[in-house]
Design a protein around this ligand. Structure first.
Ligand SMILES: [Zn+2]
Length: 551
C-alpha cells in the first residue's frame, strides 16, 4: 500500500501515479469534509475523479467502485477540501517568480539588487522587479528616477510597488515609453513630476500602462512556462481551483489549449477584463464547465479605483495624510451603468475592484440600479471591499452581493492604514464578520502576486487579524475575526457557492469532484500561530495526486 508520508523513493512515486480515470480509496485520513451533514470521515472513495463514498467503512467504500481500486493510506493525516483562491492573477504570479523580488527590502537594498541585475544582463534589456514599499523606508518618501539612473544607466528598469498600483522607473524606461514633460496625465492616473515638470520616476494608477506598453511582450512559450510555474506553486499550497481576475481575451486560446491537452490540472475560472470590451469574445456570454470542469469563463472584471498604499483608492473624505486628495476612479456613473447592463444581459457575473468607501458606494448604487435592491441570485462580487460606508454595508448584505476579500493583505496593510485613513475611519476597514452575522458570506483569495497565494497565511490572518509578529497586540478590530471554520469556508464552500459550483466543489461529499489537500497538522486545534506555517503534504485534484512542495 503506498504511503504519502515519506516522499522521495522511486517506488513510491510510481505507486502514486494514479491515473485520473481510475478507482481509488483513500483510507486512514482525518477528513474535515466541510459538509455539515457528514462533517468527519476517515475513508473516501473516488471513481474517475468523482467522490463515491465518504465515511469510515473501508469495505463499503470499495463496494461503491466497479473495478479494482488503488488504495492510498493517509496514515492519520488531516485532510480538508481542495482550496479555492477567488482572486488571483496567475500569469503575474508566474512573472513574479521570475522577477527581482523586492518585498520587505530597504531603499538601498532595492538599488543594490537592481545594480546586481545589471551585471548579468546585456545592456538594453529590461529589468523588471516588484514588491518595494516606501512605507517601510525612512521618511516614507516616493523614490526618484535619478536614484535608479545611478545604478542602471543602460538598462530600462521598471519596479512595481507592492500593491501593483504604482511603478518606479528610471530615465531610460521613460524615454523608451516616450513619457516626458509634455505627456498628458491619464484619467485615474498620476505621473509624479519634479519641479521642472519632468517625470519624477513614479507613475500611479492608469499611468503605469504608459510604461508597461513599451515593455517587450512574452511569446506563447514563455506564457505557458509562466502560467504553469504559477499554478504549480499554488497546487503546492493545496489550491485546486483558482479564479483568474482580469484575463485578457487574447490569452484565452492559449489557456484553453493547455487545459485541453491536460497540461493544467487546476480548475480555472476566468473573469475576463472588460476594458477594452472585446465584443467578439464577450458577446458569447459565460462558458461554464468546459473540459470536465477544468475551465470556465464566469464573469467580467472591472477596475473602479486604486489602492490605499498608493493613495489612489477613491475615498468619500480626504486622505488623512494628504489633505485635499481623495484618490481617483475610472468610471462615471453612466459609464459604469452601461457596462453593468451589458454584463447582466449577457449573463456574466461581475467582479469590480473597489477599495475606498466612495468606490464601494458607487458600485453598490449602480448595481442596485441595474439588478434592483432586492436580494438577487446573480452573485456579483465586490473585490477587496476594504472600507465600506455603513449604509452600503447593509445594502451589500441585503442585495446578496459578495465581498471578495484577501485576508492575507491585512498583515501588510495595517502598517499604513491609520496614516491613510486616520484612527476613526481605519476602524471601519475589513468589516467581514458582520456580513456573516447578516446571513451572507465572504470569499477569500490572495490577489497574488500582490500577496503570497498561500491560503494558510490568509486563514491565519482572517482568524487573528494580526501579522506574523502578533501585531497589533490582540488583533485589529477583533469583532471582525472569522472563526477557524469560517476562514476555511471562505476558501472552500463559500467560493463554490459564489461560483454556482456548490454541487461539484467546496466540500468532500459524494458526487462532488475528488479535490482535497492533505496537511501536516490539524488547523482546527493547533495553536493559531502554527496555522500560518501549515505545509501541504499532497494535493489531490479529481482523484489525481499532485506532489508539489511550496518551496
Ligand atoms: Zn487583483
Amino acid at each position: 500500500m503506498p504511503s504519502i508520508l515519506s516522499p522521495g523513493s522511486d517506488e513510491e512515486k510510481n505507486h502514486l501515479d494514479v491515473s485520473p480515470n481510475s478507482a481509488e480509496v483513500f483510507r486512514s485520513g482525518k477528513f474535515l469534509t466541510m459538509d455539515s451533514k457528514n462533517p468527519r470521515a476517515s475513508v473516501v472513495a473516488c471513481l474517475n475523479g468523482y467522490i463515491t463514498y465518504v465515511g469510515d467503512d473501508f469495505k463499503e467504500a470499495l463496494a461503491t467502485l466497479p473495478q479494482e481500486a488503488a488504495v492510498v493510506d493517509l496514515k492519520g493525516r488531516n485532510v480538508i477540501p481542495g482550496l479555492i483562491d477567488s482572486h488571483a492573477h496567475i500569469l503575474h504570479e508566474g512573472l513574479k517568480l521570475s522577477q527581482l523580488d523586492l518585498r520587505g527590502q530597504g531603499h538601498d537594498d532595492v538599488l543594490e539588487a537592481v545594480f546586481e541585475e545589471t551585471k548579468v544582463r546585456p545592456k538594453g534589456e529590461w529589468i523588471h522587479g516588484r514588491g518595494w514599499d516606501q512605507t517601510l523606508w525612512e521618511g516614507h518618501k516616493w523614490p526618484t528616477r535619478q536614484e535608479l539612473d545611478k545604478v542602471s544607466p543602460d538598462h530600462p528598469v521598471v519596479l512595481d510597488r507592492t500593491d501593483n498600483h504604482s511603478i518606479w522607473v528610471n530615465t531610460l524606461a521613460l524615454e523608451k515609453a516616450n513619457v516626458n514633460k509634455n505627456t498628458k496625465t491619464p484619467q485615474a492616473g498620476e505621473i509624479g513630476r519634479q519641479s521642472d515638470g519632468s517625470p519624477s520616476g513614479v507613475l500611479i494608477g492608469k499611468a503605469i500602462f504608459l510604461v508597461y506598453q513599451a515593455m517587450p511582450v512574452y511569446d506563447g512559450h514563455q506564457f505557458d512556462v509562466l502560467f504553469q510555474r504559477s499554478l504549480k506553486e499554488m497546487n503546492g499550497f493545496g489550491l485546486t481551483t483558482v479564479v483568474d481576475c482580469a484575463t485578457r481575451a487574447h490569452q484565452y486560446p492559449q489557456i484553453e489549449e493547455a487545459v485541453a491537452k491536460g497540461a493544467v490540472k487546476t480548475r480555472l475560472k476566468l473573469y475576463m477584463t472588460a476594458e477594452p470590451w472585446d465584443d467578439e469574445f464577450l458577446s458569447v456570454g459565460p462558458r461554464r464547465n468546459l473540459y470536465g470542469g477544468r475551465l470556465s469563463v464566469d464573469g467580467l472584471k472591472l477596475f473602479s479605483d486604486g489602492s490605499l498604499g498608493s493613495r489612489s483608492a477613491w475615498l468619500e473624505q480626504d486622505y488623512a495624510d494628504q489633505p485635499g486628495h481623495r484618490g481617483g476612479h475610472s468610471y462615471s456613473d453612466e459609464a459604469l451603468e452601461e457596462v453593468l447592463i451589458k454584463a447582466r444581459d449577457l449573463g456574466f457575473q461581475v467582479a469590480i475592484h473597489v477599495i475606498g468607501d466612495a468606490a464601494i458606494a458607487q458600485a453598490v448604487k449602480i448595481m442596485a440600479k441595474v439588478l434592483g435592491v432586492e436580494k438577487t441570485n446573480r452573485n456579483w462580487r465586490l473585490e477587496h471591499y476594504q472600507l465600506a460606508g455603513e449604509k452600503d454595508r447593509e445594502m451589500v448584505s441585503g442585495m446578496g452581493l459578495i465581498p471578495s476579500i484577501q485576508s492575507v493583505g491585512i498583515m501588510t496593510d495595517l502598517r499604513m492604514l491609520e496614516d491613510r485613513l486616520g484612527p476613526e475611519r481605519s476602524l471601519r476597514s475589513y468589516a467581514w464578520r458582520e456580513i456573516i452575522d447578516w446571513g451572507g458570506y465572504v470569499i477569500n483569495g490572495s490577489d497574488c502576486p500582490v500577496e503570497s497565494p498561500n491560503p494558510f497565511l490568509g486563514i491565519y490572518a482572517a482568524i487573528t487579524r494580526q501579522n506574523l509578529n502578533w501585531r497589533p497586540n490582540g488583533g485589529f478590530t477583533v469583532q471582525n475575526c472569522l472563526s477557524r471554520l469560517e476562514a476555511i469556508a471562505s476558501y472552500t464552500i463559500w467560493p463554490a457557492m459564489a461560483a454556482f459550483e456548490e454541487k461539484r466543489l467546496g466540500t468532500i461529499t459524494v458526487g462532488k469532484f475528488c479535490d482535497f489537500a492533505v496537511l501536516d497538522r490539524d488547523i482546527l486545534t493547533c495553536p493559531e500561530r502554527a496555522i500560518a506555517a501549515t505545509r501541504v503534504v499532497v494535493t489531490v485534484i479529481g482523484g489525481e495526486l499532485l506532489r508539489s512542495s511550496p518551496d
